[in-house]
Design a protein around this ligand. Structure first.
Ligand code: DX5
Ligand code: ZN
Length: 233
């Protein structure tokens, strides 16, 4: 099966703000999403299985609900041990992109299957997984997600030791003339945004810095400005 419709992700390499709904009120999700839609490019959806990470969040039924309430690109971050089992369910639910972790088994097959389903594909790496684990996949993915915290929970502190890996990915993308995105996720706010954009990241996921703010849309705009002020030199 392939998707009947999918949302245009926008040109690779462009700055994108992707609020993570993990930090939103799950009891009023549609309203939370509506509140940030005008200032967001993507919506980041954190899927956790209680096995790959020590937390359980949401799955395809919630993606399906979100799909009915938003036209934002749904960027699904699969923190699950067996992503291959669920790709079709996410595609049917209306996911636009799925990002799977390099730390799980059978990544080659999973990436190919996701592509065959019409999904945009991403590869995520934990903070301690080296660039070498990403390198062989750069030609077959649309996005590399460099985790800037260990996955599993929102509200953790940004890990600056990941910055050299972001730089290495950006360097490889330039050298190999690839059109892919570099996403960062974990502890992204107005203070850390200039650091990651300077290193080469262009998709900024933020949970608590946006949905934890009294004015989530205003907070998203401030993150966008913090990034633009760096890229504009
Ligand atoms: C963590 C998730 C993140 C999380 C980020 O495992 O992948 O997307 O929502 O939350 P903050 O922005 O609060 O660090
Ligand atoms: Zn995430």
């Amino acid at each position: 099966m392939t998707l009947m419709t999918s949302i245009d992700p926008g040109p690779s390499g462009d700055l994108r703000i992707a609020p993570s709904v993990l930090a939103a009120d799950f009891g009023a999700l549609a309203e939370a999403v509506r509140g940030v839609t005008a200032v967001s490019d993507w919506l980041h959806v954190d899927v956790m299985d209680g096995h790959f990470v020590p937390n359980i969040s949401i799955g395809p039924p919630v993606v399906s609900s979100l799909r009915r309430h938003t036209d934002l690109y749904l960027d699904c971050h699969l923190m699950i041990t067996d992503p291959g089992e669920y790709l079709e369910a996410f595609a049917k639910a209306g996911a636009d992109g799925v990002t799977v972790h390099a730390e799980v088994d059978g990544i080659d097959v999973v990436l190919a299957e996701a592509r065959a389903l019409g999904l945009r594909v991403g590869l995520a790496v934990n903070p301690d997984t080296p660039f070498e684990a990403i390198d062989p996949y750069l030609e077959v993915v649309d996005l590399v997600l460099c985790m800037t915290v260990f996955p599993g929970f929102g509200g953790q502190s940004f890990m600056p030791e990941v910055l050299p890996k972001i730089r290495a990915v950006r360097q490889a993308i330039i050298e190999r003339d690839l059109a892919i995105d570099i996403e960062v996720d974990g502890g992204i706010d107005v203070v850390t945004t200039p650091l990651v954009t300077e290193a080469g990241a262009n998709v900024l996921v933020a949970g608590s810095a946006i949905f934890g703010a009294t004015d989530p849309a205003g907070a998203a705009e401030l993150i966008r400005r913090a990034a633009i002020s760096v890229t504009d030199g």
